[in-house]
Design a protein around this ligand. Structure first.
Ligand code: ARG
Length: 469
């Protein structure tokens, strides 16, 4: 490989240890395709504005395409002494195209170049993750539709609270992932702004046409301030915060699946293909996938923290610190995408143990609120009704009975307004069905929410960003 492209100012060679320390090629080589695509657009713009000739542009583009092919067929030599992907490609271009290659970097700096590459990369990955989430959403809605009559206890404070439909519970995750998708789409607005042409930090003396380059690369806008453009990493932080929130959603779902698959809960059975056994305890089937998703949530939150900490107090404009943004970003992208994909595959394979769920919903005084509501409907003020129902619970506990197992006379000892029809109000099914308020767990409401979600997904199909329908 040739000597360093910035060697001019230096009289001594870079120390080996420094080369190794400053090199980012093992991380940023992943950006090669964007780097080349950006350089090709840059060449076309330089030719259009007559900063270089058409022939020179063609030669440069031909060389860049050869390099792309070399990288993709594993014939390209990566080498720590060349620092990063930009230097690797440019050095190789000198070898392939000769002196004309020296013109590629006209009106450009690595500072705007890296910002461009990362934006192009993140634009693609954000679109890909939106598509993956879309598929997950379809799976969640289909599962919710299947479980419109599966009842389980809903919990608050991890204590049995009130019976709910499993489909309602699943649709809660639909809502969370919908917000995540919205957030990602919103991130795209600020990712898709083109920094190229801002050069090192101050812009350039050449008569460049940034709009033209932006059009070639599919950017909706160009950055308005060159200093900001080379030092802004907000778009990464925004993506990472969205990724972290989305992972937090997955971690909650994971925690529930882990709990539900315990012997103590016994609400679900995870598919064998998504679990592992123990090397010492033959009876074990471990929920590795949800556990790892729960654990990986920490690494994605870590990526966000890394970026925030790295950017905090950094003076304008570009600082080398910012090279540290890529490893956490790539890791978060890979992790989030993998989690979305594995959940999309795993969810339909989970066996929900309906009888166990239903049985759990029938004990533990989940109907205490409904006893109070019954009294309210017969004219007792809510606070008073709440107290009476509480006394009934206490009495039933003493008798080792559930509320619906008390006799009518026993119940009437708390309020004379209680009639035989109380018993039909205290079954889990009745309790669910009575919750008909908008957004509640009543079957009709949930069916409506599912239908709305299906429509929403159907309409969205043709409008997913990146056109990868
Ligand atoms: N490898 C650098 C990064 O990832 C690219 C820009 C470096 N610019 C510079 N003047 N050293 O941030």
């Amino acid at each position: 490989m040739s000597e360093k492209l910035w060697q001019g100012r230096f009289s001594a060679k870079t120390a080996r240890i420094v080369e190794a320390f400053t090199s980012s090629i093992q991380v940023d080589r992943r950006l090669y395709a964007y780097d080349i695509q950006g350089s090709i657009a840059h060449c076309k713009m330089l030719a259009k504005t007559m900063i270089i000739s058409d022939d020179e542009a063609l030669e440069l583009i031909r060389g860049l395409e050869i390099i792309k092919n070399e990288i993709e067929t594993d014939r390209f030599q990566f080498n720590d002494s060349l620092e990063d992907i930009h230097m690797h490609i440019e050095s190789r271009l000198v070898e392939i195209a000769g002196p004309v290659a020296q013109k590629l970097h006209t009106a450009r700096s690595r500072n705007d170049q890296i910002a461009l590459d990362v934006r192009m990369y993140l634009r693609d990955e954000t679109c890909r993750i939106i598509h993956l989430l879309y598929k997950l959403q379809k799976v969640i809605v289909a599962l919710a539709r299947k479980h419109l009559d599966t009842i389980l206890p809903g919990y608050t404070h991890m204590q049995r609270a009130q019976p709910i439909l499993l489909s309602h519970h699943l649709m809660a995750y639909f809502e969370m992932f919908s917000r995540d998708m919205e957030r990602l789409e919103n991130c795209l607005l600020r990712i898709n702004v083109m920094p190229l042409g801002c050069a090192a930090l101050a812009g350039t003396t050449y008569p460049i046409d940034r709009k033209f380059t932006a059009e070639l690369l599919g950017f909706d806008a160009i950055s308005a301030n060159s200093i900001d453009a080379v030092s802004d990493r907000d778009f990464i932080i925004e993506f990472l915060s969205t990724a972290a929130i989305c992972m937090v959603h997955f971690s909650r779902l994971s925690e529930e699946l882990i709990l539900w698959s315990t012997f103590e809960f016994n609400f679900i059975e995870l598919p064998d293909s998504f679990a592992t056994g123990s090397s010492i305890m033959p009876q074990k089937k471990n929920p590795d996938v949800p556990e790892l998703v729960r654990g990986k949530t920490g690494t994605v939150i870590g990526s966000l923290t890394t970026l925030l900490t790295m950017m905090k107090s950094l003076p304008l404009a570009y600082n080398r610190d910012m090279q540290e943004d890529k490893a956490p970003l790539f890791s978060a992208v890979d992790t989030l995408a993998a989690c979305v994909e594995i959940y999309t595959d795993m969810l339909p394979e989970i066996k929900f143990k309906k009888e166990n769920m239903q049985r759990a919903a029938s004990s533990g005084f989940l109907n205490a609120t409904d006893l109070a509501d019954y009294l309210v409907n017969r004219g007792v003020p809510f606070r008073e009704a709440h107290r009476l129902a509480g006394e009934a619970v206490s009495f039933a506990l003493e008798k080792k009975r559930e509320l619906h197992e008390l006799t009518l006379e026993q119940l009437q000892s708390f309020s004379a307004r209680i009639r035989q029809d109380i018993f039909s109000c205290l079954t889990p099914r009745q309790m669910v069905e009575q919750r008909t308020s908008y957004g509640g767990t009543g079957g009709k409401m949930v069916a409506r929410a599912i239908a709305a979600a299906e429509r929403q997904l159907d309409q969205k199909k043709d409008y997913l960003p990146g056109g990868r329908g």
